[in-house]
Design a binder for this molecule. Structure first.
Ligand code: FAD
Ligand code: SIN
Length: 523
């Protein structure tokens, strides 16, 4: 089956849906989601969305905090763009019906999180992402020119590679013509031809064993663009959230928002000692790379499996009022957070790198945009400031929409792209191979490419992953396409990129810490 659209949007989180809403008055739009449209990282966001709202906060302070967290690797133009355009995009969200909590005096109730020098996090209780996702889905369904295709899995983006041999001049002028997409209901791979394509496939958390990300976060967009020879960067900067709920039987790990430390939560070892001041003068409100490494170190020193986050000294009513989602979740496990300390461990949370884009959100492949977590805009540099990610997603979706609306007028659909070739493929008989390899990938990444790295660990991870890569590519070539085999392949590609870029960096910076190179190189 073949479809033609002006705009193909791969992903239904904040980046994909807000882009779709902005371009929909200028052509036919398809939004595809590999499961249900509501299952996204966006929907899990707790703490909120950062934006300068009231004095004494101002753009310069937010810019400074972002640059400090980014540890010398941010692109200053991007930082200024995102922070100064954020208030308009927040207003856009409000216009679409998103609700943020207000205080009795009518002002927004702003939170503060690690690394922020001011209160600037707009939130909806402790489930801000679900509220944003709700309002965007409502808008999407009202627009007559947006077709939502749920349970559609993008397998590959279409480029000149699909028209025959790619020669040198083409390599320098790659174009995207849409994507091959697996319709999971029919089992067929369909050809979706599009004038412009937006990659908004979110994060990579599932490459690691312990992660706050939903299972959909397998880095598909990054892997697709990598295979199509697009530029991917900064993959070594994987952010581990310091505080996910310790509950080994649960995957993904439930997040305990950083806003809880902003609220006065204290990190303690199991014997009750507060430890963060040993590591950083900002204590529990230090940026998350520092807090995650400090917890990792305490766990290694004590041999314990978790530390505690303690809010028992705070007013119980206020705690329940501010954090109803976390309160109820913990209570369901027998932990009353108003009287009991919360057991927490770090978990893979966010990828700062990804598909390199310019200030218009366009990738190195023409007519292919990327926004949200799968993109690398240069905002986060070597470490993302809390709650800057939703902001980046909506600002770059806007920039990309403006650019795509102009360019789409001059682009035509490429009808010479052939349909997906299934010749010589059969259903893999040994599905257990996929399950087992998946576990191995997650273990390799968690043990060897986690919060603290070393040359020997990175080399070992590289060698192990190479074996899995060869086996999986062989299996992929013989198999009828399925989401499981594609996701495994993508996770291996993403793991490879993380390891490759981590090995290349001969220093420790931001989220990347290598014990063999503990210092920073001069920039
Ligand atoms: P997502 O929202 O992840 O959407 C990805 C979409 O891509 C999904 O629709 C998925 O189905 C689709 N997709 C993926 N692969 C394919 C494929 N192959 N084919 C078809 N569709 C595909 N950030 C903040 O700024 N503030 C917070 O408070 C915050 N809290 C967080 C809490 C948690 C628990 C987590 C996990 C993240 C949090 N983040 C937060 C990070 C933030 O939520 C994400 O970075 C952001 O929502 C990503 O949005 P996105 O639009 O890029 O992708
Ligand atoms: C959190 O609520 O702690 C997550 C915020 C973020 O990842 O930006």
């Amino acid at each position: 089956m073949r479809h033609e659209f002006d705009f193909l949007v791969i992903g239904s989180g904040i980046a994909g849906l807000s882009f779709a809403l902005k371009v929909a008055d200028h052509g036919k739009v398809a939004v595809i989601s590999k499961t249900e449209v509501k299952e996204t990282n966006t929907a899990y966001a707790q703490g909120g969305i950062s934006s300068v709202t009231y004095a004494p906060d101002n753009f310069e302070k937010h810019i400074k905090d972002t640059l400090i967290a980014g540890d010398g690797e941010c692109r200053p133009k991007t930082v200024r763009k995102v922070i100064s355009e954020a208030p308009d995009q927040i207003q856009q969200l409000l216009n679409w019906g998103t609700q943020f909590d207000k205080k009795e005096d009518g002002h927004y109730d702003l939170h503060r999180e690690g690394g922020h020098s001011e209160y600037r996090i707009l939130h909806h209780k402790d489930n801000t992402g679900a509220e944003i996702q709700r309002s965007l889905i409502e808008q999407i369904h009202q627009h007559p020119d947006i077709t939502v295709l749920e349970h559609h899995f993008a397998v590959e983006i279409l480029t000149q590679h699909h028209l025959g041999k790619v020669t040198e001049p083409w390599m320098r002028d790659l174009k995207c013509y849409g994507a091959y997409v697996l319709n999971k209901q029919s089992g067929n791979v369909e050809t979706i031809l599009a004038k412009t394509t937006m990659m908004a496939t979110g994060g990579i958390g599932s490459v690691y064993h312990t992660t706050t990300n939903p299972l959909i976060a397998t880095g598909d967009g990054i892997a697709m663009v990598f295979r199509a020879k697009g530029i991917i960067e900064n993959m070594e900067f994987v952010q581990f959230h310091p505080t996910s709920l310790y509950n080994p039987v649960e995957r993904p790990s439930f997040l305990i928002t950083e806003a809880m430390r902003g609220y006065g939560g204290i990190l303690r070892t199991q014997d009750g000692n507060e430890f963060m001041h040993k590591y950083d003068e900002r204590g529990c409100l230090a940026p998350r790379d520092i807090v995650a490494r400090a917890i990792d170190n305490e766990l290694k020193n004590t041999g314990d499996e978790f530390v505690y986050l303690d809010v028992t000294h705070k007013d119980a009513e206020e705690t329940r009022e501010h954090f109803p989602n976390i309160y109820n979740k913990c209570l369901s496990l027998g932990i009353d957070i108003t009287t009991d300390k919360i057991p927490v461990v770090p978990a893979a949370h966010y990828l700062c790198g990804g598909i390199k884009v310019d200030l218009n959100g366009e990738s190195s492949i023409n007519h292919l945009y990327a926004a949200g977590e799968c993109s690398c805009t240069g905002l986060h540099g070597a470490n993302r400031l809390a709650s800057n990610s939703l902001t980046e997603g909506i600002v770059y979706a806007d920039a990309a929409a403006k650019d795509a609306i102009e360019k789409v007028k001059h682009i035509s659909i490429n009808t010479r792209i052939p349909d997906w070739d299934i010749e010589g493929t059969t259903s893999p008989e040994e599905l257990v191979l996929i399950t087992q390899t998946n576990k191995e990938v997650e273990q390799i990444m968690s043990y060897y490419v986690g919060i603290v790295r070393s040359n020997i660990r990175l080399n070992r991870a590289y060698d192990r992953l190479e074996v899995l890569y060869r086996e999986t590519e062989q299996l992929f070539r013989k198999s009828i396409v399925s989401q499981r085999i594609c996701e495994l392949r993508n996770k291996i590609n993403v793991g490879y990129l993380i390891i490759k870029m981590a090995r290349k960096r001969k220093e420790s910076r931001g989220l990347h810490y290598n014990v063999d190179y503990p210092g920073k190189l001069e920039l």
